[in-house]
Design a protein around this ligand. Sequence first.
Ligand code: ADP
Length: 405
Amino acid sequence: MLLLVINCGSSSIKFALLQMEHETVRLSGIVEAIGEAQGTIILRQHENKYKEDKVETTIADHTVALEYVLAFLSQHANNLHMLAGIGHRVVHGGDYFHSATLINDQVIDAIEKTIPLAPLHNPANLVGIKTMAKLRPNLPQVAVFDTAFFQTLPAYAYRYAVPQACYEDHHVRRYGFHGTSHQHVAQATADYLDRTLDTLNLITLHLGNGSSAAAIKNGICIDTSMGMTPLEGLVMGSRCGDIDPALPFYLVRNSNMDIHQVETMLNESSGLKGLCGVKDMREILRLAEDGDQQAKLAIDLYCYRICKYIGAYHVALGGTDALVFTGGIGENSQQIRQTICAQLKVLGIEIDAQKNDSKMNNAVEISTTNSAVNVLVIPTNEELEIARQSFAVIHDQHRLLSTGK
Ligand code: ADP
């Protein structure tokens, strides 16, 4: 069986066609600069000999882009009739969605109602869903939400201490993001440790351009660092993470920025970029190596904030079985992992320098045998997680239809 995963952004579409029996990607790609004068299409064939082609052309809109994608799939996947359905990444599911959901008109309505909470992402995700429904009306489509994994948070973790009316009338609460990644590495950790997820307390760190932490108690997520928006929490590439909520008011009163400029600043020119001018961690590490003090500060602050969350989550969990690193930085930077873990000795955490330095493509444990907590590096795979969850929903639907229940 095949499953197509689509991640539709406002001007780009990422896709992957997976063979579900072996959970391998057969074809994938990205369409960028949709609606601009010159668009780009990158098409990858993963089977036999890996091949990547790049086409530059005008891509008028998302329909044209998805037609390109479907033509590419038909050309290179001889068994496209085995396509079981399509899994869509949807950023915000609000309070409505607790798990991956088969798409129908009510689901589309609910995703539309959530647009005010994710005005940049949900409309684009909906364009992908509606376009595919037109192009392939007979294929089941499933929405997999970035927020769903966090719907288990207790009220004391998801509520803000603001008047009840803000919550009831305006849906102001913490939702969390990167849920598919945290869920994927949590399950992969259980598999690696040969335990069932419901017996484990985990702290998962997704450290990429966007960064977030999650506390998972006996397999259930009880807290996460991103909030009503992805701006809250850890320091990120260009997002500020936690700040004094009065900071925007102060700036509006005392600088020449209006509220929109402050919002843009906190999202696009803060975080690591705000601290040292660069958001790419590889470059920041190089600059710090060359003695750049601002880059050093950016690294120290980034790691310190992560450690503060780990300390808090360790208490919230009542003890941690495993600390898990994932995301571009978490998977690839031995130095960031080392800097973080060096501050966690008080929790009995100890990593093996040699294991931490080794090249890794798969899940690896980097803690010593004496460490009180297993420390793991686990590559995330959001496409696979979306495909797995979508496939399970479609499979259940078929079962229900065939048993008439
Ligand atoms: P996104 O959130 O956009 O998916 P990624 O998870 O790909 O981002 O992470 C991007 C970040 O990972 C960048 O800051 C990049 O510098 C960092 N990164 C990738 N490889 C390394 C590496 N070898 N060492 C340090 N940082 C790395």
